[in-house]
Write a protein that binds this ligand. Structure first.
Ligand code: TEU
Ligand code: CA
Length: 582
């Protein structure tokens, strides 16, 4: 691997996220598994990614598809055995591919041994591993925090006569990170996985682990609840710093904290290397939806950000972390609708063009790019029309709440789910045009997107014009061009409402062979132009100037250079580098 021995090897790496349940089923039970992943390593090697992040594969009752863990040191039998895991790890390493594990330690499953002890009585030694509170004087929960999946964040426990906190489902009780024994247990477990040879952690809702003293209510929400105030709590940095000292600093890991509710300044505190916390974070500002029309139901009735809003958000993060921290770059993951459906155009005419355009826009930014399974094929939303087709706990609980309590028409709520349900990302990976898209020989746990005959890996891997081949080229470029990993981001065309354009620039390296006289420039620069609309757009003057100065076309989603206009969803990257004429 080209990045093997560097301490900050993840700075020019590309990460691929696997949602194991939906990736590849090796034994016909309809559920993707570890042996399925191992069988597709050559596909991933061909794509060229450096790292695989696996959504949770640990033992779990599956209330939230594995984000509710009942044993951190055991593999979910649905996914295979620990031997299968070890083999997958070894096979990945043999191909120069690293493995990053999902670390879900804001909460456990209610079936975890710690919680079963904790709930058994008020004086159990593990009582304080979780967050227990008395009812208020009227018997109500101690505050009005809502669970992210609907309803109160507090569940009454009959046996011990107290409420416990669960920011997600009632089967996901929150751990009490203020208890040093909890931190000891978590750090031990992390060390155990590191000693096994894994290469990093993606840390689930890590911005929520430190609860504010007194657990005060947040902003009002529908249904009589308030948002929680648990993001970026008072001891977040202390705990991350301890984790770094006691675990992370001892191995050459990559770490990324999933951080709902985080802003640029908090992200700097977490990712500034001198502070010794994490390498990077997932922020949410570009995927949360726009508040421009007002919204009552948060993500459900918010439109996707328009291009200018998206550009403003990305640019804020690009400038904000420059020289201070490090960005992670993503459009898709297992919680988000498909980016080509949300930010591009998934009609047959424009799907391929707009998928490549979005990929261009994201991958040329500064940071570590993440590709979510199927994104490299331009997979689209599933648009499931009936609630019985949905599997995700958040979608099902939201449907109940909005149709029953809020009395919204079913069609309206299905419309919300079609746009933003997490199940859009969780339909099976589309491998080929055979039954069930080649994902399983049995019955898939969630329906396959009906468009698999046209959109699948087999059709794309050998096709020079496919979305897959385009991603492959983007990855190759990141590995080859230092400016792509290290260059400074600068927005151009700030008021253009069709074209998102920016440059990336680095000073040409000193101490290299002396430049030939007359050729050569002081700096290496990329100019990126992305037309986010299906209408042609005027070719920005910076593109014309660069071409006049001898810039070359590095990559684009049309075969040739534009003539005067950018075509529908055109993406074009020009390179003004060492060796191009002034
Ligand atoms: O997600 C946390 C999170 O804040 C969201 O993206 C979440 O999915 C929310 O419901 C969106 O509306 C993480 C995991 O990625 C997610 O799959 C888990 O359900 C959640 O934590 C709880 O572990
Ligand atoms: Ca299986």
């Amino acid at each position: 691997m080209n990045t093997q021995n560097k301490a900050v090897w993840w700075k020019d790496a590309v990460v691929y996220q696997i949602y194991p349940r939906s990736f590849c089923d090796s034994n016909g039970d309809g559920i993707g598994d570890l042996n399925g992943i191992t069988s597709k390593l050559d596909y991933l090697k061909k794509l060229g990614v450096d790292v695989l992040w696996l959504s949770p594969v640990y033992q779990s009752p599956g209330d939230d598809n594995g984000y509710d863990i009942s044993d951190y040191r055991a593999i979910n039998p649905e996914f295979g055995t620990m031997e299968d895991f070890d083999r997958m790890l070894a096979e990945a390493h043999a191909r120069g591919i690293r493995i990053v594990m999902d670390l879900v330690v804001n909460h456990t499953s209610d079936e975890h041994a710690w919680f079963m002890e904790s709930r058994s009585s008020r004086n159990n030694p593990k009582r304080d591993y979780y967050i227990w509170r008395d009812a208020d004087s009227k018997g109500n929960p101690p505050n009005r925090w809502a669970s992210a999946f609907g309803g109160s964040a507090w569940e009454w426990d009959e046996t011990s006569g107290q409420y416990y906190l669960h920011l997600f489902s009632r089967k996901q009780p929150d751990l009490n990170w203020d208890n040093p024994s909890v931190r000891d247990e978590v750090f031990d477990m992390m060390n155990w996985w590191c000693k096994k040879g894994i290469d990093g952690f993606r840390m689930d809702v890590i911005s929520m682990i430190s609860k504010p003293d007194g657990l005060p209510d947040g902003p009002e929400m529908p249904g009589g609840f308030t948002a929680s105030t648990s993001c970026n709590g008072p001891r977040l940095h202390l705990y991350l710093n301890q984790m770094n000292e006691r675990v992370l600093s001892m191995y050459p890991l990559m770490t990324v904290g999933e951080c709902p509710g985080i802003g640029v300044e908090e992200a700097v505190l977490i990712t500034d290397p001198s502070r010794r916390e994490l390498n990077m974070v997932f922020q949410f500002e570009h995927v949360n939806g726009s508040a421009r029309n007002g919204s009552k139901y948060d993500k459900w009735d918010r439109p996707a950000l328009s291009m200018p809003e998206l550009r403003e958000t990305f640019s804020k993060w690009q400038y904000g972390l420059e020289g201070r921290g490090w960005n992670s770059l993503y459009l898709d993951n297992h919680d988000q609708p498909r980016c080509v459906s949300r930010f591009g155009n998934d009609t047959p005419e424009y799907r391929v063009l707009s998928a490549k355009m979005l990929a261009t826009c994201l991958h040329f930014m500064k940071g570590t790019p993440y590709i979510y399974q199927g994104e490299e094929l331009g997979m689209t939303n599933a648009y499931m029309t009936d609630i019985t087709q949905y599997r995700d706990i958040e979608s099902l609980q939201t449907y109940e709440f909005l149709t029953k309590q809020e009395k919204l028409p079913k069609e309206t709520v299905i419309g919300y789910l079609q746009a933003v349900s997490r199940d859009n990302a969780r339909t099976p990976m589309q491998w080929d045009s055979s039954a069930n898209a080649g994902f399983t020989s049995g019955t898939p746990w969630i329906g396959v997107n009906p468009n698999f005959a046209e959109i699948n890996a087999q059709a794309q891997t050998g096709d020079e014009t496919s979305v897959f081949t385009y991603y492959k080229e983007l990855i190759r470029l990141r590995h080859t061009l230092p400016v792509m990993a290290e260059g400074r981001y600068e927005l151009i065309q700030q008021d253009n409402d069709q074209v998102y354009a920016y440059t990336r620039t680095i000073a040409a390296k000193k101490n290299q062979e002396p430049e030939k006289e007359g050729s050569g420039r002081e700096e290496d620069q990329l100019l990126v132009f992305c037309n986010f609309s299906k209408d042609p757009a005027g070719l920005p003057k910076e593109a014309c100037d660069a071409l006049e100065r001898g810039a070359s076309r590095l990559i684009g989603n049309y075969r040739d250079l534009p003539k005067g206009q950018l075509r529908p969803y055109e993406a074009l990257v020009l390179h003004l580098g060492k060796g191009t004429m002034e």
